[in-house]
Design a binder for this molecule. Sequence first.
Ligand code: SF4
Length: 181
Amino acid sequence: MAATTSLRTLLEDNTIPADPALIRSEAGAIRCLACGHRCSVKPGRAGVCRVRFNRDGELRVPAGYVAGVQVDPIEKKPFYHAFPGRNALSFGMLGCDFHRGYCQNWVTSQALRDDKAASLPRFGNAEDVINTALENDVRVMVSTYNEPLITSEWAVEIFKLARTTASPAALSPTATARPKC
Ligand code: SF4
């Protein structure tokens, strides 16, 4: 079995239903509104990102793992002016709605497209991510590395928990969002 196929099978077990605010039902399909592609996803098919898929009429989305987690100076982020001098806990998942050979996070972003982009998920829950931040005395959480819009639900789960520890949170997207319509 190709590495991308077995990885997809592994990740399919770590999914949750999509946020109802990020989908729209259509005849025979679900329209995903999470990123600018606005995929119409039929049963048994996945969107352009390959991580959001229609299982028996329900859009399933990634949750319960990270593919990368790192403490970075906040100045590495596009919002360096927020909390200057502090560290941020960056976390990312697998897959992307873009396919660019020059992506600096190619090993994770293209893991579902290219067998050479070998990255494995580290399974866990939102508490695990928050605990990693607290252990490192970090109070800023950032969903980044791959395109965070395609894994919005997981980021929201972590960010809600982060608020209980008074931690600011942010997405670092590639600007593919579109207004909801
Ligand atoms: S998040 Fe994925 S499924 Fe949803 S619109 Fe974007 S590429 Fe399509």
